[in-house]
Design a protein around this ligand. Structure first.
Ligand SMILES: O=C[C@H](O)COP(=O)(O)O
Ligand SMILES: CC(=O)C(=O)O
Length: 211
């Protein structure tokens, strides 16, 4: 059986971009996820920022062939458990708390916790967590910050997220310590509201070409 570290690294290797999404409607979640998978981005992060988020995770896990669905904005152990029950295959949090790290030991899916300092990254690495979200990426020093960490923390792999777009993503993707980037630009809220599924597929395909 693969370790959690192996599993999250395998998931993040499936494409150069993890779309970070928030939905108010379950059908929108299904159609957006289908559009992203069709464009070549199978890994989908549905954030727990709306009341229907858990239902969306369940629906995408059940009904979207080829999707690997995870939960974002997981802030505590209770949310972790709910996401596992909903069928999430991985979890993402903006930071890391003792509650989350303790909770992680009791579940079978990986967590991608957020950090924005070397000390936070070193602390999690000491706990056996070697794959981290760099959040909020653009606001915390961007690609230059991660480039500086590569020689000193070479075992840690990052998924930078926060303020990244198609123009800035390549600066991150060329770094040796970046697995992929996260971002909402591949499925903007306006396109979801307009049900522009073909447009989202096109954005996803353009994002794939960045990697
Ligand atoms: O999870 C982090 C951010 O919400 C991603 O969204 P953004 O790409 O619009 O910054
Ligand atoms: C921002 C972030 O890390 C999350 O929504 O999971």
């Amino acid at each position: 059986m693969k370790t959690k570290s192996e599993r999250i690294r395998q998931i993040l290797a499936l494409g150069p971009v993890v779309p970070v999404l928030a939905f108010d409607d379950v059908d929108d979640a299904i159609e957006t996820s289908r559009a992203l998978v069709a464009g070549g981005l199978p890994v989908i992060e549905i954030t727990l920022r709306t009341p229907v988020a858990l239902k969306c995770i369940s629906a995408v896990a059940k009904h979207v062939d080829g999707a690997v669905v995870g939960a974002g904005t997981v802030l505590n152990r209770a949310m972790m458990k709910d996401c596992v029950s909903a069928g999430a295959q991985f979890l993402v949090s903006p930071g890391a708390t003792i509650d989350l790290i303790d909770g992680l030991r009791k579940i079978d899916i990986p967590l991608l916790p957020g950090v924005c300092t070397p000390s936070e990254a070193m602390g999690l690495y000491a706990e056996g967590i070697d794959t981290l979200k760099f959040f909020p990426a653009e606001q915390s020093g961007g690609a230059g910050f991660l480039k500086s960490l590569a020689p000193v923390l070479p075992e840690i792999l990052f998924c930078p997220t926060g303020g990244i777009n198609a123009k800035t993503a390549p600066d991150y993707l060329k770094l040796p310590n970046v697995a992929c980037v996260g971002g909402s630009w591949v499925a903007p809220a306006g396109m979801i509201a307009d049900k522009d599924w073909d447009g989202i597929t096109k954005l996803a395909a353009e994002a794939v070409a960045l990697g």
